[in-house]
Design a protein. Sequence first.
Length: 217
Amino acid sequence: MGSEMCIRYRPYGDGESERIIGAFLQGGREKVLVATKVGWYAFDEGVDFSVTSIEASLDASLKRLDSDYIDLLQLYNPPADVLEKNPHLVRCLEGLVARGKVRALGLSVKAPADALPLLAHYAFSAVQTNFNMLDLRALECGLLDYCVDNHIDVLARTPLCFGFLTLAVGADTAFRPEDHRSSWPRSQLLQWEQDAHRAHEIVENFLSEQEDGHSPA
C-alpha cells in the first residue's frame, strides 16, 4: 500500500463514553453530577488550552451528553504556568460559569504536586489526582492538606493503582503497545507488584481480627 494507516488513541473512546452517559441520563439529568475534561484530547498530541479549543470541546461534550450544562469542568493535565501565561483562559472559564454552561471548575493533574502552583493562582473547586494504597504522593506533597484547609474536593484517581491492587496485573503482564503501562520501567512494575502483595497481606491480617465479615475491597 502506498500509505500507512495511522491509528490515534484518544482518552475515553474519543467521546464515546460521553455518548453512553448521555443516553443513560435521559429523563434524570438533574439526579447526576457529570464531570468532564478539556485541554488534552489525544495521547500522541500536546495540550491545547486556547479559548477556541476549550469552548469547542465543551460544546462537543454537551452535544454528546445531550445536556445544556456540565457540573464539573476540569482542565486536563494543564502546565503549571498556564493561568499566568493565558489570562484569557481564566476569563473564558469564568464566563462559562456565568452563562450556566458549567457549574464548577476543577483540575485533573498528571502528578499531585502539579496542582499546587495552579491552586495558588485560582480557587478551583476540585482536584482529580492519583491516590491509592501504593501511591501516596498526594499526601506526601501536601496536596490533601491544602485541599482540606481550602475546602477543595478531591477526586481520587487510580484507586486500584492501574490494576496492580487487584493482583490481576503484575510485572509480567503483557500490555498492548498503546497502553501507557507498556512504557513503564520494569523496576516500577516490580515495585508495585511487590507492594500490592504486601498491601493485601496487611488487609488480610486486619480482616482476620474483625468480627464482621468484610471483603478485601
